[in-house]
Design a protein around this ligand. Structure first.
Ligand code: ATP
Ligand code: MG
Length: 437
């Protein structure tokens, strides 16, 4: 295992000042499995103030000084350096009441969630693994460090993290760990929306999300209660061969790896159980479920403290997911001019994935969505080749309207952008109406 130069530099610098220092946690796990670490954490015997002294002359940020963390920027790369610590009594199954600095690396590794996340290494790349993380990694097993029940009831977010790692890595959750997750999963109710959302975003983007959602839906329902009623909900409708949650999990797993598309699919049918009716033939219907789903999604996204863009985009996709489309060029042009290409494509991809997870006997809606996606591509290609010369409005038209000089040029540019982005049709009427806005 070869560490990047900036990490070796940071570790050596601390060692030369008489401290111990080791890369730890996720970065060691990722290197050991041959993947690129996303961020670098170093654990050290130095106290935060001492870390700051060692790195005087570098950019240093006190990112979490109360918890012992200092971020140091080396060659433009951030490294989080944290003093060896254990955690005191836990309050409300969330956060430790206080952290305590300790002198040994092993004590620090003991507080971590999973064995594969409880490894450290030396500057030379030798792995330090007191809890059997390497063995578990070889067997593709996710196992809690120490007593699983204790670990999960200390900080219930760990339950969600385990499901997230299952989704991202595709590894199995060890039996006792799984049993403890089932027992303690309800405590996820105590965890803040922000922390849940950070894990949820990674979870839905995992390559093995179908396994994670099917195996752990009941656990996730404590973190995202909107999904609870969908689990096992029989649709009694010929378009469907799965219950609402199984359908949701499949639609999500079949969709593109785009955060908004995946979150929208997670929530698209949460309104179904409440809008369920059965007709005289015994067939189930869910009239206006998209609207109800969208309202519930809005609520969930607020609680999860999602940023505004994510909230708006996901709620809109959920509200529109059942909108019926006719696959014609006219529809494509209308969609592009109303919503732009990016948003229109997302909606069609949501629709295609939704349909792909229904009964194989009814695939027309998916085919229509795919056809429209192709038409949008064509349309964008055509629009992309446009220049000012092709625009339906000319400088002379604006001059006649009383515009002068730079204003004319700017207006023409604005119109061209609107056409290229699909927000306006290339017609005199449509373009001139942009001036009123
Ligand atoms: P990623 O690859 O997504 O960054 P990660 O495992 O590195 O995953 P981080 O949030 O960066 O996750 O945390 C770094 C390390 O800190 C983890 O590998 C783990 O050892 C420890 N850790 C993080 N959160 C917890 C927690 N809630 N309980 C116990 N240990 C944790
Ligand atoms: Mg990390």
């Amino acid at each position: 295992m070869k560490l990047p130069e900036f990490v070796i530099y940071a570790v050596k610098r601390l060692e030369e000042s008489g401290f111990e220092a080791y890369p730890v946690g996720g970065c060691v796990r990722d290197m050991a499995r041959g993947a690129e670490p996303k961020d670098w954490d170093v654990a050290t015997s130095a106290l935060p103030k001492q870390v700051e002294e060692v790195f005087a002359g570098h950019r240093v940020a006190e990112t979490g000084i109360k918890h012992g963390t200092v971020t140091v920027i080396i060659d433009g790369e951030p490294i989080e350096i944290t003093t060896f610590r254990t955690e005191g009594e836990y309050l409300d199954h969330r956060r430790p009441s206080r952290v305590e600095f300790v002198s040994s690396l092993t004590e620090d590794l003991r507080r971590r969630d999973l064995t594969v996340n409880a490894m450290a290494c030396t500057a030379e790349g030798r792995i330090i693994d007191p809890f059997g993380g390497l063995e578990d990694m070889k067997n593709h097993l996710l196992r809690a460090v120490g007593s699983p029940e204790e670990r999960f009831s200390e900080d219930a977010l760990r339950v969600m993290r385990a499901v997230r790692f299952q989704s991202v890595l595709g590894w199995q959750i060890e039996e006792r760990t799984m049993a403890a997750m089932r027992k303690c999963g309800g405590l996820l109710k105590c965890i803040s929306g922000e922390r849940i959302f950070a894990e949820l975003k990674k979870l839905v983007m995992g390559d093995h999300v179908l396994t994670a959602l099917t195996c752990c839906g009941d656990i996730l329902a404590a973190a995202v209660p909107e999904i609870e009623a969908t689990i096992g909900f029989d649709q009694r409708n010929r378009h469907h061969i799965y219950d609402v949650w199984q359908h949701t999990a499949r639609a999500l797993a079949l969709s593109e790896r785009d955060l908004y598309i995946r979150l929208a699919l997670l929530f698209h049918d949460v309104g179904k159980p409440k809008s369920f009716t059965v007709d005289q033939n015994g067939e189930g219907h869910f009239y206006a479920h998209a609207k109800l789903s969208a309202e519930m999604t809005e609520n969930a996204m607020e609680r999860l403290r999602a940023d505004r863009r994510a909230r708006e985009e996901v709620v809109w996709l959920v509200a529109m997911h059942d909108w019926s489309v006719t696959p014609t060029e006219r529809t494509a042009a209308k969609m592009a001019s109303k919503w732009g290409f990016e948003r229109s494509r997302r909606l069609l991809k949501v629709k295609a994935a939704d349909n792909a997870a229904q009964s194989p006997k009814y695939r027309q809606r998916g085919k229509d969505a795919e056809a429209l996606l192709k038409m949008l591509d064509e349309l964008e290609k055509k629009a992309g080749c446009l220049t000012l010369r092709d625009l339906a409005v000319k400088g002379g038209d604006l001059l006649a309207l009383g515009m002068r000089g730079a204003e004319i040029g700017e207006s023409l540019d604005m119109m061209l952008r609107a056409v290229v982005e699909g927000r306006a049709a290339n017609s005199r009427e449509a373009l001139l109406s942009l001036l009123d806005g």
